[in-house]
Design a protein around this ligand. Structure first.
Ligand code: ATP
Ligand code: MG
Length: 393
C-alpha cells in the first residue's frame, strides 16, 4: 500500500498527434514543481502519479500541483495491487467522520480483466462501509462523500475520496513565449497569468521613473513577477528607465498627449526587447474603457507603432471586479494594492485625450528625437531573474 497523489489532465487529451509532446512537457513541469519535496512523477495510463514525499508535506505538494497549468484535478489516494481482497481490506478500514451522513462508492474499472462489474462491486463495498459506520446511509444521487475505487490497466487500484480542482489550462512551454508589460497594478499580473495559463512562458518588462518613483515601487514589481513565477517558472524581468522619455514628452509635447505618446514609446521598446529575446507576443493588462488610454481609439493609435508582433490583451472584456477576483485567487492582489507610485502617475495630465487621432499624435511625436530616446531607454535595461527572489514571497 502506497500513499500518493493521482493527477488528471483534460484538455491535452484533445491534441491528437501532438499528445505525446504535451504530456512530456506537463510531466516535466510537474517534476519541476515537486522536486523540492523529494517527490517523483510517473505516468500511468491517462494519469500521472506523484509519490515519494513525506506525509507531513502532502499539503505543500498539493498546493504546488494546484499551480501547474495543464492539471485538471488531483486526488490524494492509496495505491494497492489490484485484487478484490486487498481492495476490501482497505475499504474495511474506512471510518467516515460523524459529520458525514450519506455516501456512495463509485467504482471505475479501466482494467476489464477485473472479474467483478463496477456497479456490483460498488454495492458490495458500500455494504462493508455501512456495516462499519452505523451513522451513514447510501445516497446514490446526492451523497455528501464519494469513495472512489479506480481500477486501472496497470494492475493497480487507487482509492480516494477527494477530488481537488486545479488550474487546468495548457502546460507552460507548449506555446511560444510572450513579453508581459508589468506595472505595479492589479491588472497586468492577471493578464500574464491568463496567457501563461494557455501555455505561454513569460518575460516581463517594467518601466520605472526613478528617482520620481521609489525603490519600493521596484521591489513591488519584482515581488509581483516572483509570485507569478510560481505558476510560470522563472520570469526574466527587464527593468527599463522611462524617466528621460517622460521628461522629454513633458517638456516638448502637449500635455493631453502625454499618456498616448508614453504608451506608444513603451510599445516600441517592448517590441525591440521582445524580438531580441525571440518572444512571440506582447501582453498588456488593458481593459476596454477602464481609463483614457484604454478607449478603442487609444488602443488603435498605440497598436500602430508595433510592426510584427500580436498584442494580447486578455482582460479587454473584463470589469475591475472580475480582474480583482482572479488577482485574489492567484495571490497578487495584496501586493498590487501597496501604495507605491507607478511611472504612469508621474506628470499625469489633468485632461488626457480620450479619442486621439493618429495624425495629431504623430505630429506631436515629431517634436521628439524618438530614436535616441529609445536607445537611451534600452541602454538603461537591467535584467533580473525571479528565481533569485523566491525567498522574498
Ligand atoms: P495595471 O493595474 O496593470 O497597472 P492599469 O489599469 O493601471 O493597469 P494603465 O496604467 O493604463 O492601466 O496600463 C495599462 C497596461 O499597460 C498595464 O496593464 C500594463 O500592461 C501596461 N503598463 C502600464 N504601466 C506600465 C509600466 N510602468 N511598466 C510596464 N507596463 C506598464
Ligand atoms: Mg498601472
Amino acid at each position: 500500500m502506497n500513499k500518493m497523489i493521482l493527477v488528471r489532465y483534460s484538455e491535452i487529451h484533445l491534441k491528437g498527434k501532438n499528445r505525446g509532446f504535451f504530456e512530456k512537457i506537463l510531466a516535466h513541469n510537474i517534476q519541476e514543481a515537486i522536486t523540492k519535496f523529494g517527490a517523483k512523477v510517473s505516468k500511468i495510463s491517462g494519469r500521472y502519479v506523484v509519490e515519494g514525499y513525506q506525509d507531513d508535506e502532502e499539503s505543500f505538494v498539493i498546493e504546488s500541483l494546484k499551480k501547474v497549468f495543464g492539471i485538471y484535478s488531483i486526488s490524494p489516494a492509496l495505491e494497492i495491487d489490484t485484487n478484490s481482497q486487498s481492495i476490501q481490506d482497505v475499504v474495511t478500514q474506512i471510518h467516515l467522520p460523524l459529520s458525514v451522513s450519506s455516501f456512495k462508492v463509485a467504482v471505475t474499472r479501466a482494467d476489464k480483466s477485473f472479474p467483478i462489474h463496477s456497479t456490483e462491486f460498488a454495492a458490495f463495498l458500500g455494504g462493508i462501509i455501512l456495516d462499519n459506520n452505523s451513522h451513514v446511509h447510501v445516497d446514490l444521487h446526492k451523497p455528501e462523500t464519494i469513495i472512489y475505487v479506480d481500477i486501472r490497466e496497470n494492475k493497480k487500484s487507487y482509492i480516494y475520496h477527494e477530488v481537488i480542482r486545479c488550474a487546468n489550462g495548457m502546460p507552460i512551454g507548449t506555446s511560444g513565449s510572450g513579453l508581459l508589460l508589468l506595472s505595479g497594478g492589479i491588472d497586468s499580473p492577471v493578464a500574464g497569468y491568463q496567457l501563461a495559463r494557455r501555455g505561454m512562458p513569460l518575460h516581463a518588462i517594467h518601466f520605472h521613473s526613478f528617482p520620481y518613483t521609489s525603490d519600493l515601487a521596484k521591489q513591488k514589481v519584482i515581488k509581483l513577477a516572483t509570485i507569478l513565477s510560481e505558476y510560470t517558472g522563472n520570469i526574466t524581468l527587464h527593468m527599463i528607465s522611462f524617466t528621460k522619455v517622460q521628461e522629454a514628452i513633458h517638456k516638448y509635447c502637449k500635455d493631453e498627449y502625454m499618456i498616448t505618446i508614453m504608451r506608444r514609446i513603451m510599445m516600441r521598446i517592448a517590441e525591440i526587447i521582445a524580438k531580441k529575446n525571440h518572444l512571440k507576443a506582447i501582453i498588456t493588462g488593458e481593459s476596454l474603457a477602464q481609463v483614457a488610454s484604454q478607449t478603442v481609439e487609444s488602443i488603435t493609435v498605440t497598436n500602430h507603432v508595433v510592426q510584427d508582433l500580436p498584442i494580447f490583451r486578455p482582460l479587454i472584456g473584463l470589469d475591475k471586479d472580475d480582474i480583482t477576483v482572479i488577482a485574489t485567487k492567484i495571490g497578487t492582489f495584496e501586493t498590487s494594492i501597496l501604495p507605491y507610485e507607478d511611472c504612469c502617475t508621474v506628470f499625469l495630465p489633468k485632461h488626457p485625450v480620450i479619442k486621439p487621432k493618429l495624425e495629431q499624435v504623430e505630429m506631436e511625436e515629431k517634436k521628439l528625437d524618438i530614436a535616441s530616446l529609445l536607445q537611451e531607454a534600452l541602454d538603461s535595461e537591467e535584467i533580473l531573474e525571479t528565481k533569485n527572489f523566491v525567498e522574498m514571497i
